[in-house]
Design a protein around this ligand. Structure first.
Ligand code: SAH
Ligand code: SF4
Ligand code: F3S
Length: 487
């Protein structure tokens, strides 16, 4: 489903024998037109329609970027499919932890073998991993069958890079170190008809000492509130009822705009959009979570009862070395405020185990916060050393067996608490957004509560995208079984 069709008219006026325009996004429109001709020619050679697929690793920002790539691919004539059996496969990579990174190399090898059998096949790599010079070097050396490599800052140039690849031969590599540019109004293909991610900012300025994101996503840039609201209005016109506002630290949204705006003010504007039913956002950094935001959430009809509030560690000593800029006490105070203002709220978090120098006492502090904050769920990660980050150079890296032992203890506690927390709505009637037909039992619909928990209830395809009232009959650990009701 492409959103912006305004450019179709513009496309017609481009004469491809002329030089491309300098300004964006017109320049990309020109290359989309050019790619259309090139893809058509390839299709004629192949004697069949060509397919393309984006494979996304990593977070919601990457998922949103993949939708932008899919939008262009569709515009230039590819048929989008799922999985890796396609004529054009793009890996949108993540490098936040080492294992995310290793998975890509493994799968790339398999893809290379497929390419040997398909003369029309193209392979592209993009995303966060490509912002690391040693990765690009390895690809140039050991994965010479890759056609196109680009990074996070120039993803808007995809059509231009593709045109270059299709008109020549050999690997095209284009990586930028950083950017202050935000190019708007490019085509986009959404994965879901009824819900959508919306970027409100890019990059990160926080430099938590373990984290590679600021190095691969660049400095923080906020989009203007006007553009964000306009995008959401268009999405709503197109059938979207729920948006997820995306940024690495949404609580610092708007600080670098010419006319500074707070995240809470932005939420107030988004709330006014008629037809929009639900608002989610990700991720909140505890250091910037304001009272104003809590007030706006508490008073809102649309903001979902869910806050993802990464803790990382419960030890104030470790938090300081992590450069998180809050203490255990400040974090717990925030949790208390949130629970008081929004009693139904579901709290989720991210925790890292085994940060350099973490002692048993530090780890116990983390367990203590988990017990006190009572998370609905928590993503637990084993610390992964990322080259170039301050923590990678720290002495006192924790031995694997110690980390594993702590990780298992943390996971057991987290699971015990989430089970208890999940059941607290049993018997209530709650609004549920019907999202899809259940994968295992087609007589059931899977939907989501405002607090992000899943509910399965008898229903059919016609419910999808609608918000319906469901009685939560039974909690099965991490989801509910329910039934429709008129109450
Ligand atoms: N911007 C978000 C997090 C983005 S990365 C925030 O500040 O909360 C998602 C999660 O990956 C982080 O919350 C952290 O828990 C985890 N993570 C980041 N770097 C990591 C590393 N080097 N090792 C292990 N986990 C890491
Ligand atoms: Fe990484 Fe910290 Fe930025 Fe989150 S806030 S992306 S953890 S540096
Ligand atoms: Fe991974 Fe990049 Fe997101 S490193 S977590 S895909 S910002």
């Amino acid at each position: 489903m492409s959103l912006q069709k305004d450019y179709e008219k513009e496309l017609e006026q481009f004469d491809l024998s002329m030089a491309p325009p300098e300004e964006e996004p017109q320049r990309q429109y020109y290359f989309i037109k050019k790619c259309r001709a090139l893809v058509k020619r390839m299709e004629q050679e192949a004697g069949r329609p060509l397919t393309a697929s984006t494979v996304t690793f990593g977070c919601q920002m990457n998922a949103r970027d993949s939708e932008k790539l899919a939008g262009i691919l569709e515009e230039v004539g590819y048929r989008m499919v799922e999985g890796e059996d396609a004529d054009f496969v793009i890996y949108n990579t993540c490098t936040v932890r080492e294992n995310a990174n290793m998975r890509v190399y493994g799968r790339l090898g398999v893809l290379g073998n497929k390419k040997k059998k398909n003369p029309h096949m193209l392979i592209a790599l993009c995303g966060c991993m490509m912002q690391e010079p040693q990765v690009v070097e390895k690809i140039r050396k050991s994965y010479r069958f890759v056609d196109l490599v680009f990074g996070t800052h120039n993803i808007y140039k995809f059509a231009e890079l593709l045109a270059e690849r299709l008109s020549g031969s050999g690997m095209i590599v284009d990586i930028w170190k950083d950017t202050d540019k935000i190019v708007e109004n490019l085509p986009l293909q959404r994965k879901y008809a009824f819900k959508s991610g919306v970027n409100i900012m890019f990059g990160c300025n926080n430099f938590c000492s373990y984290c590679i994101v600021p190095y691969v996503r660049g400095r923080e840039r906020s989009r203007s509130p006007r553009k964000i609201v306009r995008e959401i209005e268009r999405l709503v016109d197109d059938g979207v009822v729920e948006v997820m506002l995306l940024g690495q630290n949404v609580n610092s949204y708007g600080k670098n705009l010419e006319e500074p705006v707070t995240f809470a003010q932005l939420l107030r504007e988004v709330e006014k959009i008629e037809g929009l039913k639900r608002i989610r956002f990700m991720t909140s950094h505890p250091k910037d979570l304001s009272d104003e935001l809590i007030e706006v959430m508490a008073a809102s009809e649309k903001i979902c009862r869910h806050m993802h509030l990464p803790l990382q560690s419960g030890s104030s000593r470790i938090l300081k070395i992590m450069n998180r800029r809050y203490t255990k006490e400040q974090y717990l105070k925030l949790v208390e405020k949130l629970r008081k203002a929004i009693p139904d709220i579901s709290l989720t978090t991210d925790i890292i185990v085994g940060f350099p120098g973490e002692t048993e006492e530090d780890f116990e502090e983390t367990l203590d916060v988990v017990r006190k904050a009572r998370y609905d769920s928590a993503f637990t990660f084993i610390y992964s050393k990322r080259t170039g980050t301050p923590a990678a150079a720290m002495e006192d890296q924790i031995p694997e067996d110690v980390v594993k032992n702590r990780f298992d203890r943390l996971l057991a506690l987290v699971q015990e608490i989430s089970k208890e927390m999940a059941g607290r709505l049993t018997g209530r009637v709650m609004p549920v957004l019907a999202e899809e037909v259940n994968g295992q039992d087609a007589s059931l619909i899977t939907g989501r509560l405002s607090n992000n928990l899943l509910v399965h209830f008898p229903g059919d395809q016609s419910f999808i995208g609608k918000i319906v009232n469901v009685r939560l009959k039974e909690c099965k650990g991490f989801y509910y079984m329910g039934e429709l009701t008129d109450e």
